[in-house]
Write a protein that binds this ligand. Structure first.
Ligand SMILES: *[C@@H]1O[C@H](CO)[C@@H](O)[C@H](O)[C@H]1NC(C)=O
Ligand SMILES: [Mn+2]
Length: 679
């Protein structure tokens, strides 16, 4: 039995009302016949979209959906953006997204008919998508920032080396690349118009965006990851500024070649481009994650970091958590780790220390601004979690497991024969339940391939997290007492240490290194530089970014600045390669020390000076209940020889990659560290 009168078909008519010019929903009949509709769950408009839309209008009116006459037109600036995008991309239809649950349900139903997602009957409203295996992760080599001069985007590396701190594209090259990709790229498809908000609608820290896209999967995901639809459109009607985001999977209809897994994408032509001067994002060829959900890395980090520089705040690749001690005192911290480094696990940590409580504000991005009292306030601009699935389990992250039990879209995970999901790190399914891998093939334990793709993801509403912080949507943001940097460091770097001061803390952020992650293209066990965990996400020259961070100490009294720490959960025993620290809930022991240091009355309280910063003094880390095989001596050892090598590597990196753009204060910190490690 087919349901009639879906409101979203009615809304397909909005732009025809709001925009002058030729009707967008009536392209030549020949295109339409070849074009399966990507929005209509009835799949009827394949042949006669105009007729079906009109019929839907009658049906919708009969069930009380608002009439055509009452639909407000798009705000002029949005209408102008949509008009231009439609003129360029030539979609068959335009659908302005309202964000209602019924609309989301219709979009998922349409995706199911197209074969892009399937329902997971084991759970409530959960879906599984399998992508084209060529479209499984962010593509850093095809991600560019377009500015007038190269130096606006990246420092100029010494000796003609390639910058590792971003990719610049000239305006003329970008014009040519755009011409090669976007004209007619949405032919036969629906162009969705997504008004979205990064941050709670109405918060002074919030920014708005409008994304046009020809991917219904993107609409469904953006509905979880952002606040999306009519409330945002209302803000834009009041004249709020917005970032212009244009996205296409790059597979106009009729198709020239068959799709793989019903997943449209154009891997040969992928280009993720950012124009920070005009606050624009243009993304082509990929339907996956950070390439296509433009609110996330593209907007909330690359474009927002540039807006933040212009406006005097910080847009960072950081989780935000609240931690409460047994006496009920609460502090908030923000922490930067490279992708897939355990950030989501820390953000939702279940502390192993009795009486302590962690609550989650966000797991990936923090926007932070000093308030009128001089306190740094942070919001999580996102509305959901787009987390790496493999390794997530009731053992590593029970709260994430609870979060993803309903209303979740899984991408490229394995599937169980009883309609559930599975990935590496979960217990084997019970006897009689078989597995299908992310390619859709039968999979058995012991196979040489992986059941779930290492970068497979869950996309789930943040509000479903059992330990979501009561203040997570607070308009003014939560007050940040500490900033934590970290990475995967098998050698030499202690479990936790604190910077001597803000400037030294900025240097520690700039010096971050970590073993490479699955989200990036770099594979293997290389210890890569990843300053501030922002290496793939800087929206402007890293030297200017450092200067911007340093400027915070002249804006605010030192007493107001958060304390800066570095942690490393991943140090190994060189003798057997085993991790020295159990991690997960036990990380609360390091957080406890950080918590205490934030409230200290004397600089050396619970701490001793070392060549790299303040270390916990002996006994300052609570080890009660920790296995006796944990070697605290080895965890806090700071070998001079290691740090001499590290310092040499840092000098080479800064001089090659940052060169003349390295602020003098950073050079001074490097020199001071060199002196301390060689003394
Ligand atoms: C995790 O624990 C919850 C609550 O005990 C349970 O309902 C769920 O089935 C568990 N999930 C897995 C994958 O073991
Ligand atoms: Mn991330």
């Amino acid at each position: 039995m087919v349901k009639r009168g879906s409101g979203h078909l009615l809304r397909s008519l909005i732009p025809a009302v709001a925009l002058a010019g030729p009707p967008l929903f009536a392209p030549p009949a020949a295109t339409l016949r070849a074009a399966p509709c990507s929005c209509c769950p009835l799949a009827l408009c394949t042949l006669q979209p105009l007729l079906v839309c009109l019929r839907a209008r009658v049906d919708a009116a009969s069930v009380g959906v608002r009439s055509l006459a009452s639909i407000p037109s798009l705000p002029p600036a949005v209408a102008d953006f949509v008009r231009r995008a439609a003129d360029e991309c030539k979609p068959a239809r335009v659908h302005v997204v309202t964000g209602t649950p019924q609309e989301t349900a219709n979009i998922l139903a349409g995706l199911e008919i197209e074969g892009m997602v399937k329902k997971l009957p084991k759970y409530e409203n959960c879906w599984l998508a399998r992508t084209d295996p060529k479209d499984v992760a962010r593509v850093e080599s095809k991600t560019v920032i377009v500015t007038k001069s190269q130096r606006d985007t990246v420092p100029i590396p010494a000796g003609g080396a390639k910058s590792q701190l971003g990719s610049w594209m000239s305006e003329s090259d970008w014009q040519a690349a755009r011409q090669e990709r976007f004209p007619g790229c949405m032919a036969g498809r629906t162009m969705y118009v997504i008004p979205f908000s990064m941050g709670p609608v109405g918060s002074p820290l919030t920014k708005y965006g409008v994304q046009v896209t020809d991917s219904a999967y993107v609409v469904a995901s953006m509905g979880t990851m952002t606040r999306m639809g009519t409330p945002v459109l209302n803000k834009l009607s009041e004249g709020a500024e917005f970032v212009r985001c244009q996205h296409s999977v790059g597979r106009p209809l009729p198709l020239k070649a068959p799709l793989v897994n019903s997943w449209p994408c154009n891997p040969e032509k992928v280009l993720i481009s950012h124009l920070p001067d005009t606050r624009q994002i243009m993304s082509f060829g990929s339907g996956y994650g950070g390439n296509s959900l433009l609110g996330k890395k593209c907007f909330a980090l690359r474009i927002a970091s540039r807006i933040a520089k212009d406006e005097g705040w910080l847009a960072e690749h950081m989780l935000i958590l609240g931690i409460t001690n047994p006496q009920g005192v609460k502090r908030y911290v923000a922490a930067a780790f490279p992708s897939a480094c355990g950030k989501t696990n820390l953000a939702m940590m279940k502390p192993a220390l009795p009486g302590w409580k962690v609550e989650c504000v966000g797991d990936d991005i923090a926007w932070m601004k000093f308030d009128s009292q001089g306190k740094l306030r942070a919001i999580n601009p996102e509305n959901g979690f787009f987390g790496v699935a493999p390794g997530t389990s009731n053992k590593t992250n029970p709260y994430a497991m609870a979060t993803i039990a309903k209303n979740t879209v899984f991408t490229n995970v394995g599937e169980t024969s009883d309609g559930g999901v599975w990935w590496e790190g979960l217990d084997p399914p019970p006897a009689g339940v078989t597995l299908t891998d992310w390619h859709g093939k039968t999979w058995q334990k012991g196979s040489s391939t992986q059941c779930a793709h290492p970068n497979s993801r869950f996309c789930a509403p943040a509000a479903q997290c059992p330990i979501i912080d009561p203040q997570w949507e607070s308009a003014e943001g939560v007050p940040i007492d500490a900033i934590i940097f970290g990475g995967r460091r098998p050698e030499g770097v202690p479990l936790v240490y604190e910077s001597f001061n803000w400037q030294h803390g900025v240097f520690i952020g700039a010096s971050m290194r970590s073993e490479a992650t699955a989200a990036a293209e770099h594979q293997g066990k290389v210890i890569m530089h990843d300053p501030f965990a922002m290496r793939p996400f800087f929206g402007y020259n890293f030297g200017d970014y450092l200067a911007h961070w340093l400027s915070m100490q002249t804006r605010k009294a030192p007493t107001h600045l958060p304390k800066i720490f570095h942690v490393n959960w991943f140090r190994k025993n060189p003798a057997n390669g085993a991790f020295l620290w159990p991690g997960f809930g036990e990380n609360a022991r390091a957080l406890e020390w950080i918590f205490k240091r934030c409230g200290r009355e004397r600089e050396e309280e619970a701490a001793k000076r070392s060549i790299i910063g303040w270390l916990p003094e002996d006994g300052a880390i609570d080890t009660k209940g920790l296995g006796s095989d944990v070697d605290m001596g080895a965890l806090f050892d700071v070998p001079r020889s290691f740090w001499q090598k590290e310092t040499k590597e840092l000098r080479a990196y800064f001089s090659q990659q940052v060169g003349a753009d390295l602020p003098a204060q950073m050079e001074a910190e490097l020199k001071a560290l060199e002196e301390r490690v060689h003394k």
